[in-house]
Design a protein around this ligand. Sequence first.
Ligand code: ADP
Ligand code: MG
Length: 209
Amino acid sequence: MIFRDLNLDENLVENLDGLGYKTLTPIQESSLKYSLEKRDLLARAQTGSGKTLAFCLPVINSLNKNKYRVQSLILAPTRELATQIAIAIREILRTTPNIKVLTLCGGVPYRPQVVSLEHEAHIVVGTAGRVLKHINEGNLKLENINSFVLDEADKMLDMGFFDDISKICSLLPKQRQTLLFSATFSNEIKNLALEFLNNPITIEIEDVE
Ligand code: ADP
Ligand code: MG
């Protein structure tokens, strides 16, 4: 299957092609048909299988570009991973002007993030603790969020973020799409999914050597 078959914006397809994304990887092929229809996903696939694009395309597809409000929240375990996701989204959106992506991670100064939030963004990528702090202090408004991504959910739980993630989930609008990606399916992951995903499609891609 090729990206052109997905009924995405023509600009986006041409840019993906230019970036060397031509055929879909297995996780992309088995998830995008559901996620682009706004279904919730519980997806497992090994590292390097192309999960970033699998969650970025439905996130981008749900955005209203003309509305300068945070419409998508993506959580990752570390600052490095959040930064990589933000870079990947900006690359995918290179030919789609005026979409703002903001990273909100711990371990970097707080005040500049508050100032950036005052200028509004469409997509926030961050780590759970810092994102929750911005929510609690009223800097990050959640009411326009229509998609929520948990990337490397297993790693976030291993790092002790369960309570922060639960809190964030409980504050998000009930009407939203939630995409949970993980490299493993532990019982803890399944419990998180039961609690916070709405009738999800479960996808498991076999590891390849
Ligand atoms: P994961 O999050 O599953 O570990 P990534 O999303 O980081 O994997 O993707 C791994 C690599 O594969 C990246 O370099 C990415 O650019 C590349 N990639 C992803 N999807 C495709 C595709 N459809 N065609 C070619 N390369 C791809
Ligand atoms: Mg990844």
